[in-house]
Ligand binder design. Structure first.
Ligand SMILES: O=P(O)(O)OP(=O)(O)OP(=O)(O)OC[C@H]1O[C@@H](n2cnc3c(O)ncnc32)[C@H](O)[C@@H]1O
Ligand SMILES: [Mg+2]
Length: 176
C-alpha cells in the first residue's frame, strides 16, 4: 500500500488506541494514520453478553468511520458474559471498510472472581469496580481487569492487539 490509510477508532481509551497502533506497526508495509474518537456504542456502558458486546464493537466501528470519513473503522468493546462456570470478561472487535459487512473477532476471556462478578450483577461497571478494588485510577486505560487478574501476563493492550491482528488478518484475506 503506497498511500496513507486513514483509520478511525471508536474510542479515546489509551489501551485500545495503543493496541491498534501496535497491531498495524507489526506490518511495516502499511502506512496508517490512526485517529481515535469517542462515539456511542449503542449498548450499555457494561455490556452483559457476547451479543451485546459484539453489537457495541460493530456500532463503534461504523460510527467512527462515518464521523471521521475514514477508509477503515475499528470498534473495540469490553463486556462480560455469563456461563455455568461463572462470569467471564469478554472482548470483541469489529473492522469496517467500504463494504457494509464487518469483520469481527473475539479476544481472550477469563473467569472473574466471585466478589467482582457479584458487584457487576448488582449493576456496577467493571472499570470503576477495578479502580475501587485496587485503589487506583484508570486501570481500564492500562493493564485492565485482564492484566490484574492474570498477574500481568496478558494486559489489556496485548489482548486488544491480538484482536486487532485477527481483524487485520481477516481483512487481508478477503482483499487478497
Ligand atoms: O472509553 P471506552 O472505549 O468505552 O473504554 P472502556 O475502558 O470503558 O471500555 P469498554 O466500554 O469497552 O469496557 C466495558 C467495561 O469493562 C471495563 N474493563 C476494564 N478492563 C477490562 C478488561 O480487561 N476486559 C473487559 N472489560 C474491561 C471497562 O473499563 C468498562 O467499565
Ligand atoms: Mg466504556
Amino acid at each position: 500500500m503506497d498511500h496513507v490509510v486513514h483509520i478511525a477508532v471508536g474510542t479515546h481509551n489509551k489501551a485500545k488506541i495503543q493496541a491498534v497502533k501496535e497491531a498495524f506497526s507489526a506490518s511495516p508495509e502499511y502506512s496508517v494514520h490512526i485517529e481515535g474518537m469517542s462515539v456511542a456504542s449503542g449498548v450499555a456502558e457494561q455490556p452483559f453478553s457476547d451479543e451485546e458486546t459484539i453489537s457495541g464493537a460493530i456500532h463503534r466501528a461504523r460510527a467512527a468511520k462515518d464521523a471521521l470519513q475514514a477508509s477503515i473503522g475499528i470498534g473495540l468493546e469490553g463486556g462480560v458474559t455469563d456461563t455455568s462456570a461463572g462470569l467471564f470478561i469478554c472482548n470483541w472487535g469489529a473492522l469496517l471498510d467500504r463494504n457494509d459487512e464487518p469483520f469481527v473477532a473475539g479476544g481472550a476471556r477469563i473467569l472473574l472472581p466471585q466478589a467482582i462478578a457479584d458487584r457487576l450483577r448488582n449493576g456496577e461497571e467493571l472499570g470503576p469496580v477495578m479502580d475501587d478494588v485496587r485503589q487506583r485510577q484508570n486501570i481500564r486505560h492500562h493493564e485492565g481487569a485482564v492484566g490484574i487478574f492474570t498477574n500481568g501476563r496478558i494486559n489489556r493492550i496485548q489482548m486488544f492487539t491480538h484482536v486487532v491482528q485477527l481483524l487485520i488478518g481477516q481483512w487481508e484475506f478477503r482483499n487478497k
